[in-house]
Design a protein around this ligand. Sequence first.
Ligand SMILES: Cc1cc2nc3c(=O)[nH]c(=O)nc-3n(C[C@H](O)[C@H](O)[C@H](O)COP(=O)(O)O)c2cc1C
Length: 339
Amino acid sequence: MTTTRPDHETLRGAIALAGRAPSVHNTQPWRFLIGEHSVHLMADRTRALPATDPDGRDLLISCGAALHHLRTALAALGWSSEVHRIPNPADPDHLAALEPHRHTPSDEDIALAAAIAHRRTDRRSFSSWPVPPGHLDLMIRRAAELGALLIPVTTGRLRTHLADAISQAASTQQADPAYTAELAAWTGRGRLADDGVPATSALARPAFHGDTRMRDFPNGTLIESAEDTAESDAGELLVLATPDDDPMSWLRAGEAASAALLTAADLDLASCPLSQALEVADIRALVEELVLDNDAVPHLILRVGWAHPAAGPLPQSPRRPVNEVIDFLPGTAHRSNDR
Ligand SMILES: Cc1cc2nc3c(=O)[nH]c(=O)nc-3n(C[C@H](O)[C@H](O)[C@H](O)COP(=O)(O)O)c2cc1C
C-alpha cells in the first residue's frame, strides 16, 4: 500500500539528521513539532546568545540550516516537502511548516543527505591548492535556488575590506566582557555535553589563516602542524546575502548556507562559517557598503578550501538527543515507541 505520509520512525530519522545542521556556537536553537500531516520547525529562544547575536540573526540562520537539512534528509528518504515559511504572523517563532509528499530521490538528494554525516566546521588552515571555480559555481547555484546570493570575495580591495572587517569585529567582541563570558559558557563544556563547541574542535591558539582571523574560542585543544601553518592558505571567502534584512531573509540565508556547505562537503572541500563581522552592527553596515556596494544585505561568511592532505579527521561535534527536540502536536496519533 502506498502511504501518504512518512511514519514516525522516518520522521525521527530525518529530524536526527536535521539536528546535524551547523548552528552558532552549536546552540541548536530549534524544536520540531510533529503533526498528523506536517512537521513544524520552531525557534527555541531559550538557546539565544544575547551578547553575540543581539538581533537573533545567527539564531534564525541556524534554524534555516536545520530546515534545509530536514528537507534534504526527507528528500533522500523519498519525501519532497512543501514548505510554508513563517506561516503564522501571530507566532514569529513558528518558522516553517513542512508537508511531505512522496517522490523519487534524485542523485543530488542522495549525495547531499550523505554529506550531512561528514560535514564538519573546520577551523584549521587550508592548503595552498586553489578551489576550482566550478566548485564555487555549484555552491553559488545551489544557494541561489534557495533565494540567496553567495558572493565570492577572492582578491584585491574587496577581499582586504572583508578580512579587515572580520578582524575588527573580533577585536570589538573580545573587548566586551558579556561576549567573552557567553563564548566561554558555550565552549569546551566537557565530554558529556550535548551542545556547545567542543575543545577538540577549537584551535589551541588564536589564528589568522592568511588574511582571515578566526573566532578565538577559549581553551581549544586543536593543534596544527608547523608544516601546515607555514604553507600559504588558499581559503576562499564567500558572503551570503539577500536583498532584504528581515527574519524571512535570515531563515532563507540559513537554508542557502546549508545547501552551500553540504555541496562543499560533497565535493570534499573543508568549510567554516564566519559570522563575527556581521554580528557587530556598524561593521555589518561597512561590509554591506564596501564589499557589497549596498546592493544586498550580508548575513554570513563562508570560508572554504582544501584541508591539508595530512590533516587528521575532525571529531563530530555533539548534538542533543532527538527526543529532546521533538514534540507531538495534541491529537497526533503515535505509537508509544515513537516517543
Ligand atoms: C550562523 C552561524 C554562525 C557561525 N559562526 C561561526 C564563527 O564565527 N566561527 C566559527 O568558527 N564557527 C562558526 N559557526 C560554526 C558553528 O560553531 C558550528 O556549526 C557548530 O559548532 C557545530 O559544529 P559542526 O558545524 O562541526 O557540526 C557558525 C555556524 C552558524 C550556523
